[in-house]
Structure formats: C-alpha cells, structure tokens
Design a protein around this ligand. Sequence first.
Ligand code: SF4
Ligand code: SF4
Length: 444
Amino acid sequence: MDRDKIISLMREAGIVGAGGAGFPTYVKAGSKAEVVIANGAECEPLTHVDKELIMAHAPLIVAGMQAIMDSTGAARGVIGIKGKYTKAIDAMRQAIGDEPRITIFELGNFYPAGDEQVLVYDVLGKVVPEAGLPIDVGAVVQNIETLYNIGLALSGAPVTDKYITVIGDVPHPMTVKVPIGITLRQVLALAGGARPAQPTILNGGAMMGRVVDSLDEPVTKTTKILLVLPYEHQLSVKRRRTRQDIELHAIASCDQCYMCTDYCPRHAQGHAIQPHKLILLLASGVAVTDAQMAGALLCCECRTCNYACPVHLSPGDIALTIKRDLVKARADNPYHRQTEVDPYRDYRRVPMNRLISRLDLARYDVPAALTPVAAAFDRVTINLKQHIGAPCQPTVAVGDRVTVGDVIGRTPEQALGVPVHASINGVVRQVTAAHIVIEANERG
Ligand code: SF4
Ligand code: SF4
C-alpha cells in the first residue's frame, strides 16, 4: 500500500501508542527507519495483554508490522517476545510464515525489558543517545496492541476498544477487550470486583502505574492493566506516601550506597541519570529546579531503583517528581551525548520473578487469559485528550445519533493528534471541552 495512504489510515483510525503515553502513531510511521521493533516484552509485572493478543491475533499484528515497515521504508522487522512465552512465539512464527523481512527476538525475563531504549540495545546492540529516541539509531518501536490496531486500520476500522489485564486481589484475573469509555469500575466488575473492602488500584501496574482516585474514570486508549491490592499491601502503602514524606525519609536514611544508580537501566546506557545524587542534592538543600538536578530529565520513570534500594526508599519516585518539576519549569537539558553501555549492564538486570517476589506480588502471579465479555455497556465517556498533542474538539452535538467507529472529535488539521471515535451505538448525551458522553440502548 502507498506510504501516504498507510499514514493517513493510521491517523484517521485514531491510533496512538497503546502501552505508553499515547504518542500518535502516524508520526512515527512517517519517519525513515531501518528497522521496526515490535515491543511484546510485557514489561510491567503481571501484565498479559501482549501475549494474549499475539495468541489470538498474530496475523493482524504481522499485517500491522508490514504496513509500518512499508511506511518507514524499514527493511527489517523484529518482534520482541519473552522467550518464556512459547505458545505466543509459535503463534507468531506461524503468522510470519515465509515473510523474509520479519524475525522474532526472544527477550529475557527481566525488568524493564520493554523500556524502548533497553529493547533497542538488546535487539540491535545500539545505544539511543541521552534524551534521544530509537529513531536516532534508525529504529521505530511499536507496542503489540498498536500493531494490532494498525492491522485493523488497514481495513478502515478505527480504535474503539481496549485490551486490559485485570489482576491482583480479584476473584477472576483475566484479560478483556472492552469499549473505550466504560468506567474502570465496570472493567473491575468483569473480574468479579475487588476482594478487599478498601482496595488500592494501580492503573498501569506495580512499577509505573498510578493510584486510581476514582473508579468512575473512563478507559482510554492507553489503559493496559488494573492491579488490585489490599490497602495495607506494601506497594499501596508506599504509593500513598506524600512527596514530602518520601523526600524526608530519603534525606534521613539514604547512605549513598549507589545501588539505585547501579540498577538504573538508563544509567546503564551511560546516561547521566543518578538517583542517589538527586537525594544528595536534596539533602544539601539544592532546589529541585536547579541545573544540578538536570540528570533527572533522563529518567524513564521505571522505578527499577526503588527495587534496588536496600533500605526501601523510593529514589525512583524522587527522580520522576523532580523530572516533572523540571519539565514544568521548562528547564534546559544539557545532556545529549552519544554514550556507551556500562560493561556490567547485563549483570544488573532485575529478574522478573525476583522483582515480583520483592514486591510481594507472587500470590497474584497467575494466568489472566483473554476472556470474552458478554456484558453490554450502555454508557461511555470518551475523553477528548487521550494522546500526546492537541486535544480533540467535538464534532458532534448533544442529541446526535452515532454508531461505533464514527468520528466524534478531531484535532485541528495541522496539530499533533488523532481523532476519537464512538465506541458504542447510541445518542450523544453530553459534550464538554474534556469529554463526550454517549448513551445506548444496545451495544453495537
Ligand atoms: S525511575 Fe529510577 S531506575 Fe528508572 S530511569 Fe528513573 S532513576 Fe533510573
Ligand atoms: S539505593 Fe537507597 S540507600 Fe542506596 S543510594 Fe540509593 S536511595 Fe540511597
């Protein structure tokens, strides 16, 4: 298919990175690359979406891969899947068939195997420069669900549904496909609801997820895992701590042992991020927006350093809050070096089973098979900003009748962004600057 046609189909279908911050895929698809890497690392502990999707829809994922290889001009496609997922690898091999350009790369079972810079180095042996992107070394990285969505877009189908793993302290852990815009409460109910009377729910998982404030939040294009934990679980307790509490603890207890920095995957790429140094600076009274803190801008927010700290401090939370402050203050990033990996990089990887055990999640490390959803949903709230870039502006009004796949909001033509679509058949009941509510009598 023609390159411009592929890019336009991706944009019109509303495709964004399904596993991260929601970067519009058409932009990556318009770059010139040597290789496309499919990120099937299933990076967050207890996530099952990638593996389940591969087993259910490998041919569509390969079609998506071929399309983005065509649009970027990439001669090679590499599908990264953890070696332990033998059934998914078999399904993918079968789907690849005799396509000579695409191969499978078996990833190790460590965290964060899916960090795109870690993945690029593992697959290609190339280091992405500080503050750089995979494209700086000729690579485009795409999440498995994003490739699946590209596969669907080739036949004109937009993004209206999301695959989500619901796991942790629930009666029936599972992976489900649900319409975008239903509430997190409804997703949770599919797995039997939270067992604890007062649960903590991490939207995004144990390492990079955030605590859910309200179960009335709608599912978006980037929702991937809901991890349900008892209120008193160590992760719940840690995540509820205030920033001031986290920083005071670190200042009082950090012995500058350097373990957090040793285990930081971005530091292992040679990048100038050193979480132990940020704590030292805080202890010295240096302002968080001071230029000496600028290394925090290179933090990928993986929280691997929290795992590494022998006295259970949260250097990762400190690094990521300082980073966000620096970004907000539009601080200058002086680090743009092409670096080399630390020679001990491979010895400092965090085995996934050790991480799960250290986080006290072993009891929740169970299968979460893709399970058909019989429930019908009669109301969705579609957020107008589910991607990086400009928010969508509504293209429908209260009272309009819509069907699944209709465009209901668009970004201005020249702005970065993608449209949003109706995920159920029904009538538009509310339009605000932030969202559109659709109510239905029946699920389309
Ligand atoms: S969260 Fe910690 S380990 Fe991860 S990149 Fe930031 S400083 Fe490094
Ligand atoms: S690992 Fe913990 S104690 Fe050691 S330097 Fe880092 S924050 Fe401080």
